[in-house]
Write a protein that binds this ligand. Structure first.
Ligand code: MCN
Length: 817
């Protein structure tokens, strides 16, 4: 060691000084690198995704790892008389077969939803005990040396079932004498959520027109590109477990893994590596996660892996929507809407998953849409059936709301013989904040503006049926609730989870920044947009910001990514951490500049003395000073790192207008979307390109629901759409060019002025498409999906479609509460 070096080691101060000398010259704050807020900066996430360097669950291989395969029920409802694993255990490579009792669970699969406070929440063991209540319910798990051996083992396990009567349809499930899904729940109802404004009956008594319509919002499957998967490794000596899982909510998975397995929460580490899409379905804690952890524990710490097959996905991962809605809309002859009476039968499936009844509760909240409807009565019955649980799928309760109100508005316009856009304008909410009849406070909006912009953009559209096809234009003027929070409200409406979000901002001695976010992106581009916020607000260049997420060992507790909340809540948590860092940095800069903190201004990443711009310190200068700590103002701690937990005062309410033109082939019933224009308002925009991408994806999702997708069960509860051959999701061929446009109405709910956009397209689009088809066919209503056969039957006037067209509430025996 040189003398010089020895000298350095002698004094801490000198060490810092010496190291500081070795630091690269701090980069100067960018005046404008063009990658801050408001720019369409390319996504920094994409390099590894498009070059195959990203790591998904199935890329993870641990030494000595075994594989799991689940034995799943082939019956919709049956008693389990016995499980015989002898033949499976004889097979080469099969190591063990576990049933629920072998795995030492301390509770069942959790739900965090109880909107009425007294909802029936049947216990659901991770592996079925005593009986099964849906096709695909896991009964046992096979551990084997290879995935193939595990699959062979699962096929060889013999389960003795005694089939029981089952019910799959919500209307049948609530009828007298229906088979019971849970023997102790006599009406198949988990809960009935009710809301009624004062004096409802008197207020609607004077209505001159009443539109009644039964609307089916059919069951859909989420179908992300990557199905679910887990890798778990338990360490017996320390009683720790690491769980890699394809999830949107790693911290919830950690908490519930602790609850279900009894392992200390502090010893559970959950990692969400790259997640290949979720669309709401990975906002869950699933039986397979708990089983994998418990299996690794039962095997003395051997790591295990399970990767969901596509057919498993179609029965074992939650489904979405599945509501039958009885709508009654009251109006005056002049088009003023007087009141809305809504009864929803919401299919919960066989068990409650994480959000369960809270999903149709969101339908209740948003069913009056962007119209000033002050008289409102709604009843949502959450019904058990022998089917896969229904929970969040992109939009989660809000596409169902938009669809029903936008469909009913078009029917009302036909009934009154008035222009459907005039009818909308007449009833638009015009002043904000607006107290809705369902008890919400809409933060900001300008519904005329998005409609006007959409009309400007579609002014030249003139449906021409010169080629023999029938054409129509449909409109959807929509609003949604997102940015899920505030915690006091989520708690008050029976969601047993808060709504805040966290972020840590850490500045490194080299002037670079790490953001640790509690959100858990899986395609939304948070690394990019969070870096844009740091560049604009702190002056650390976009490329110098690293964003870490999805690992509970590193991050403060975070609630994850769902409900289009990440920017409005998590992005704001980051903004607030930046503010805290800036305030501390201001004190240090003032000390360095021998000025008062109040005399400094911060712009373009530098503090300067007001009126003397050349007396300045960049944020990078300050980061170095905070780290070296050689000369800090009194009372200021070294380092620049801040954490924020942000709980917003309100939700955000994005809105917009979507317009769609369809052409229908009368010979085949095939619907083609010829043009699609989306004008959305999500407040201030961080990255316009990402927002466009989210809208594209969201609209594509709803094109799937409007035209193609439906999960179908037969009478006995056998799924008829358990593969992608039977369940059609649209490909690029079916998705038309989607034109996206925006207006910007800032939200007062957060300092960035932002609202969510991740679900907007999905929430808006089905109504625009079905309204266009109904306009083309000149009829009141037809239910989704508008597959060629259904449309052809409408055109041919065949019985099934006539029933739908002629307001089938009488024929179906349903009623409005
Ligand atoms: N954004 C923006 N300016 C705004 C609003 C949003 O730049 N005014 C950016 C955000 O910074 C973020 C993205 O747009 O990068 C989406 O933000 P946000 O609306 O906050 O939504 P979340 O990030 O919370 O995403 C959740 C939402 C949901 S609920 C589903 S479901 C969904 C979706 O996002 N699933 C997706 N988009 C998806 N995209 C992909 N690729 N895969 C999924 O599974």
């Amino acid at each position: 060691m040189s003398d010089e070096r020895r000298e350095v080691e002698d004094s801490n101060a000198e060490v810092f000084q010496a190291m500081q000398v070795q630091l690269p010259e701090p980069e100067q704050a960018p005046a404008d690198t063009g990658r801050g807020i408001g720019t369409s900066t390319l996504r920094k996430e994409d390099g590894k995704l498009v070059t195959g360097q990203a790591r998904f669950i199935d890329d993870i291989t641990l030494p000595g790892m075994h594989h799991l395969a689940f034995v799943r029920s082939p019956y919709a409802h049956a008693e389990i008389r016995g499980v015989d694993a002898a033949a499976a255990l004889e097979l080469p490579g099969v190591v063990a077969v576990f049933t629920n009792d072998d795995l030492g669970f301390e509770s069942g699969v959790p739900t965090a939803s109880n909107p009425t406070g007294d909802g029936k929440q049947p216990e659901r063991p991770p592996l079925a005990r005593g009986s099964v209540r849906m096709v695909g319910e896991p009964v046992a798990v096979v551990v084997a040396e290879t995935r193939y051996a595990a699959a062979d083992g699962a096929a060889a396990v013999e389960v003795d079932y005694e089939p029981l009567p089952s019910v799959v349809d919500v209307e049948k499930a609530v009828a007298d004498g229906a088979p019971l899904v849970h023997e102790d729940i006599e009406d198949n109802l988990s809960c009935s959520i009710r809301h009624e404004t004062d004096g409802f009956d008197a207020a609607v008594a004077g209505a001159e027109v009443v539109v009644e319509q039964r609307i089916v919002n059919q069951r859909v499957a989420p179908v992300p590109i990557e199905p679910r998967g887990v890798v778990a490794q338990f360490v017996p000596a320390s009683q720790e477990v690491t769980l890699y899982t394809s999830t949107q909510v790693p911290h919830y998975v950690r908490t519930f893994t602790a609850v279900v397995t009894g392992i200390s929460e502090a010893k559970v580490r959950v990692i969400a590596p790259e997640v290949g899409g979720g669309f709401g379905s990975k906002l869950q804690t699933y039986a397979e996660e708990f089983v994998a952890v418990a299996a690794s524990r039962a095997l003395g710490g051997r790591p295990v892996k399970w990767i969901e097959t596509r057919s498993e996905h179609m029965v074992a991962t939650v489904h979405g929507r599945d509501q039958v809605q009885y709508v009654k809309l009251y109006a005056r002859e002049d088009g003023t809407i007087v009141g809305l009476d809504l009864h929803v039968l919401a299919n919960m499936g066989a068990y409650l998953q994480l959000l369960a009844a809270s999903i149709p509760h969101l339908t209740l909240f948003m069913a009056t849409g962007l119209y000033d409807i002050q008289n409102y009565r709604c009843r949502v019955d959450c019904v058990f059936t022998n089917t896969t649980p229904v929970d969040a799928v992109r939009g989660a309760g809000r596409p169902e709301a938009t669809h029903l109100i936008e469909r009913t508005l078009d029917i009302l316009a036909r009934r009154l013989g008035v222009d459907r856009l005039e009818l909308r304008r007449k009833n638009f909410i015009k002043e904000f904040p607006y107290s809705s009849a369902s008890g919400l406070s809409y933060d900001s909006g300008d519904y005329e503006k998005t409609l006007a912009r959409a009309l400007e953009l579609t002014a030249g559209w003139e449906p021409d049926d010169g080629d023999g096809r029938r054409r129509g234009i449909g409109y959807s003027t929509w609003v949604e609730i997102c940015g899920l929070a505030p915690s006091a409200v989520t708690s008050a409406i029976g969601i047993g989870a808060p709504g805040w979000e966290s972020s840590t901002l850490r500045l490194h001695p080299t002037g670079k920044a790490t953001v640790i976010t509690g959100t858990s992106p899986h395609g939304q581009g948070h690394a990019t947009t969070w870096s844009q916020i740091v560049e604009s607000e702190l002056g650390v260049p976009f490329d110098d910001v690293e964003v870490i997420h999805g690992d509970t060992a590193f991050a403060p507790y975070g609630l994850g990514t769902y409900g289009s909340r990440s920017l409005a809540v998590g992005g704001t948590a980051l903004f607030k951490s930046i503010e805290k860092v800036r305030e501390k940095a201001r004190k240090i800069a003032a000390h360095m500049l021998e000025a008062s903190p109040d005399d400094l201004e911060f712009a373009d990443g530098a503090f300067s003395v007001k009126g003397t711009p050349d007396k300045a310190k960049t944020i990078q200068d300050v980061i170095g000073a905070a780290w070296s700590a050689a000369d800090l103002p009194e009372g200021v701690e070294p380092g620049l790192e801040e954490t924020t937990f942000f709980d917003p005062p309100n939700f955000t309410f994005p809105f917009g207008c979507h317009v769609c033109q369809v052409a229908i082939d009368p010979d085949t019933g095939k619907v083609e979307i010829e043009r699609y224009v989306a004008v959305d308002d999500c407040g201030r925009v961080i990255n316009p390109m990402i927002v466009d991408g989210q809208v594209h994806g969201g609209v594509a999702h709803s094109i799937g629901q409007a035209l193609f997708e439906e999960v179908v069960y037969d009478e006995d509860g056998q799924p008829l759409t358990a593969t992608l051959v039977d369940y059609m999701i649209p490909t690029a061929v079916e998705i038309p060019p989607i034109e996206t446009h925006r207006t910007e109405t800032p939200s007062p709910s957060n300092p960035l002025g932002v609202k969510g956009i991740g679900e907007a397209g999905t929430i808006a689009a089905t109504a625009a498409i079905v309204n266009a088809v109904c306009a083309a066919l000149d009829l009141d209503h037809v239910d989704m999906p508008l597959q060629p056969e259904r449309v052809w039957r409408v055109l041919e006037g065949m019985e099934q479609a006539r029933r739908v067209e002629a307001s089938p509430m009488e024929t179906k025996g349903g009623g409005v509460s």
